[in-house]
Design a protein around this ligand. Structure first.
Ligand SMILES: *Cc1c(COP(=O)(O)O)cnc(C)c1O
Length: 381
């Protein structure tokens, strides 16, 4: 066993920030504008050009961006939105904010994204939109989703919160639907602390988002004229300064993440009972987290606990949305309703993953995991 004494301290996630980010935030702090200043505009125009989108609107979080997308799509009481239960809770909550209901479609066991073959059968007269989530930075099959959406007159809102820079058949995630949303919480590929961004090619939606994030003001600059129900979803200048700097470094940030993922892939390929993340020939994954799947014969939760004791944090990712207590009490979901999501979510484990991980630390994680798995195998036999 590896000695407990010299175990390196390994964190599950962490931002990649440098002198450029510190300088940019300092510049804001020395300036008179802490909100609605030049950095928000800079961040928006850089992100629009990176994703080759007509418009980019900065907001205070990914969840805020998804909420505004649902408002723009006109979702209201009684409407249904097709989405995945295997995601972070906010991709379904945003539908509920406007009184709509999520229609959960089970996932493809290989990609862990929404099973595009099952979308059509979930469409009802009340269905208004499809909200695909590019889970763990792997894009959904957007060709099929857009085809089904067009044939059935549905809007598509892409939750690209885990997928900045990812590509489906050479096109960036977030650019296929009516709009796409990114998130910049500190565990994401790039961060603004809290923050998000909506991209769209629709000028009318761009204007609507700018008004909605700013208390429903008219975009004519009249500060005390409110033409619709709006919100305070503005991104402040300190966060935007981080974002403008991080998006300028995005290629470097993503390639370093990819290098860490490669280190894991090489070492884990040969470990019995472990499946490494799927690579889709049509897609470029943007590495958000590094999630392995364990053979179902293992007791995943016991492995997680034992790893933690040995200095390696890990997380069960995701716990399905429809099994969350709030969703169970509101909609009455039962275990077995979405069997593939439920069985896969019992086997997933997110390993420590960020740009600060050294090769030694990756070695340590893999060795620890191998030992813990071997011990459990012995115990079972
Ligand atoms: C991170 C994330 C969000 C929203 O993030 P915020 O914390 O609100 O910025 C939404 N959907 C998914 C799938 C996410 O991973």
């Amino acid at each position: 066993m590896i000695g407990y004494k010299e175990k390196p301290s390994i964190s599950l996630s962490g931002p990649d920030l440098g002198d450029a980010e510190i300088a940019a935030v300092n510049e804001v702090l020395r300036s008179p504008s802490l909100s609605m200043g030049p950095f928000v505009e800079r961040f928006e125009s850089r992100l629009a050009s990176y994703t080759d989108s007509g418009y980019a609107v900065a907001v205070s979080s990914g969840t805020a961006g998804l909420h505004l997308a649902v408002v723009a799509a006109g979702i209201k009481e009684g409407d249904e939105v097709i989405t995945t239960p295997f995601s972070f809770v906010s991709s379904a909550n945003c539908i509920l904010y406007e009184g709509g209901s999520p229609a959960f479609v089970d996932i493809d066991p290989t990609t862990m994204n929404i099973d595009v073959e099952k979308i059509e059968e979930a469409i009802t007269p009340r269905t208004k939109a499809i909200l695909p989530v590019h889970v763990f930075g792997l894009p959904c099959d957007m060709d099929t989703i857009m085809k089904v959406a067009h044939e059935n007159d549905l809007l598509v809102i892409e939750d690209a919160c885990e997928a900045i820079g990812a590509e489906w058949c050479g096109h960036k995630a977030g650019t296929f639907g009516e709009c796409g949303v990114f998130a910049f919480y500190p565990n994401k590929q790039m961060t603004t602390g809290e923050g998000g961004m909506i991209i769209t090619n629709r000028g009318d939606w761009d204007e609507l988002f700018r008004s909605l994030r700013n208390q429903g003001r008219d975009n004519d600059g009249n500060w005390l004229r409110h033409i619709r129900l709006g919100y305070n979803y503005r991104l402040d200048e300190m966060s935007a300064a981080l974002g403008a700097t991080q998006i300028a470094r995005i290629d470097e940030l993503l390639s370093r993440r990819e290098a860490v993922a490669q280190m894991y892939n090489e070492r884990l390929e040969e470990v019995p009972g472990v499946a490494i993340p799927y690579s889709d020939p049509h897609a470029r994954r943007s590495w958000f987290v590094y999630v392995i799947r364990l053979d179902p014969a293992f007791d995943r939760d016991a492995i997680l606990t034992e790893m933690e004791l040995r200095g390696v944090p890990s997380r069960p990712y995701f716990s399905p949305i429809h099994t969350q207590p709030f969703y169970v009490s509101k909609f009455g979901y039962r275990s077995g309703d979405l069997p593939i999501t439920e069985s896969i979510s019992r086997t997933t484990l997110a390993l420590p993953f960020h740009n600060g991980l050294s090769e030694d630390q990756v070695d340590f994680v893999v060795q620890t995991l191998s030992e813990v798995l071997a011990a459990q195998t012995l115990h079972a036999s």
